[in-house]
Design a protein around this ligand. Structure first.
Ligand code: HEM
Length: 381
């Protein structure tokens, strides 16, 4: 690897952080956490490490989504939406995901060189979520545009003033979904949003504002991350070409391949918490009110937990990675992400003899979801 590539490889920085400064102050009131046990401690302890991280005044905030809330608000929201994410409901999406994937892969066979993000990794999850939310086929491009505008401004939405573009996209999306929600209240339909509109537990029902907030969360938490899992899988095919041959020969390895891909190039590389009291991580004192960033991508390469941590072991088991988080915020969409990843990897390994990256740039790998573009060379079977 050249020196320039070294300088932008986040995995080299993670390794250095685990060795030299596992709990590091990286700015005024901000800390990064690099080791598996410490990342686990932060994710597990939601009393000391709050997910309510926004500094925007209460009156400027939207209804808090579950990802950025603590109990009891979080318990209520999680309980209400969990039913709609039951494994049986997710498994029922298999034919739709497979059909969508086949269509995208067929179009890819005609072009030996292409951007994998635009051709497969981005449209697959967006279309899946759009269908689950009842977005009509003709509105999917619109939905993708809103999703991109909201996602690219997530930092400002949480901590500062969102750009006019993000505000506008959010407002347009809200109007669209309010119409859908009203329609579903009159004429129920059995898709994810339809089930969410109807769900009633001892926690009551979801309000329109809560439903809108959940739609936005799905865009942020569910799209780019799954895109990242697909690009990570292709990067692995390039770096460890034997894995493509192994999957062709034995497709039963696909589930452990996916778990190892989640560990090896974790698409949700880090998250954020705020301390609710003075505390300590690995003997380092952290004051109340500071921001703490547990880096799951680094924890997942921790040599003290994973044998041959920098090797991709296609059948690694057990694999206690933290790619889906841990504790009360453990990824609600993990079943869906695994299903989409398995279908995409099965289709790629079945339909292509060779999958190679054209550029080996590693700079976008620590982004949430991975690089925004991945040029690849493909040779169909
Ligand atoms: C490979 C793909 C995915 C990865 C790596 C991933 C990762 C994560 C992680 C690490 C968290 C916890 C964050 C934290 O504790 O701060 C999380 C939460 C969440 N994810 Fe995923 N995710 C993926 C796909 C999805 C999908 C497809 C959906 C839904 C369609 C989804 C919905 C959610 C939701 C709703 C939460 C919040 C859960 C809560 O706060 O209780 N995710 N995800």
């Amino acid at each position: 690897m050249s020196e320039t590539e070294n300088q932008v490889d986040p995995y080299l920085d993670y390794a250095q952080a685990r060795r030299e400064s596992p709990v590091a102050r990286v700015g005024e009131g901000r800390w990064q956490i690099a080791r598996h046990s410490d990342v686990n401690q932060v994710l597990r302890d939601n009393r000391t490490f709050s997910s309510d991280v926004s500094l925007r005044p209460a009156e400027e905030r939207q209804t808090p989504g579950m990802l950025f809330s603590d109990p009891p608000v979080h318990n209520r929201l999680r309980k209400l939406v969990s039913r709609a994410f039951k494994p049986s409901h997710i498994e029922a999406q298999r034919p739709l995901i497979s059909a969508q994937c086949t269509q995208l892969i067929d179009a890819m066979k005609a072009q030996p060189r292409l951007d994998l993000v635009t051709a497969l990794a981005a449209p697959l999850p967006v279309t899946v979520i759009a269908h689950m939310l009842g977005v009509q086929d003709g509105d999917i491009l619109l939905f993708k545009r809103w999703s991109d505008a909201i996602f690219s401004n997530i930092g400002d939405i949480l901590f500062a003033t969102p750009s006019p573009e993000a505000e506008q996209a959010g407002a347009e999306m809200d109007t669209y979904f309010i119409d859908r929600i009203e329609e579903l209240r009159r004429n129920p339909i059995n898709h994810l949003l339809g089930r969410l509109v109807e769900t009633e537990t001892d926690e009551g029902m979801l309000s329109n504002a809560e439903l809108l907030s959940f739609c936005r969360l799905l865009l942020i938490a569910g799209n780019e991350t799954t895109t990242g899992l697909i690009t990570a899988s292709v990067r692995i095919f390039d770096e460890f070409p034997e894995t493509l041959a192994q999957l062709k020969q034995d497709p039963k390895l696909i589930p452990t391949f996916i778990e190892e891909a989640l560990r090896f190039y974790s698409p949700f590389s880090a998250t954020i918490r705020r301390t609710t009291c003075d505390t300590e991580i690995a003997g380092i004192k952290i004051p109340k009110g500071h921001l703490v960033m547990p880096m799951m991508a680094s924890a997942n390469r921790d040599e003290s937990v994973f044998d041959q941590a920098d090797q991709f072991l296609i059948d690694r088991d057990p694999n206690p990675h933290l790619a889906f988080g841990f504790g009360i915020h453990f990824c609600l969409g993990a079943h869906l992400a695994r299903l989409e990843g398995e279908i995409a990897v099965a289709a790629l390994s079945k339909n292509f003899r060779t999958i190679k990256l054209i550029e080996k740039d590693r700079s976008g790998m620590s982004n949430l979801g991975g690089p925004s573009e991945l040029q690849v060379f493909l040779e169909p079977v």
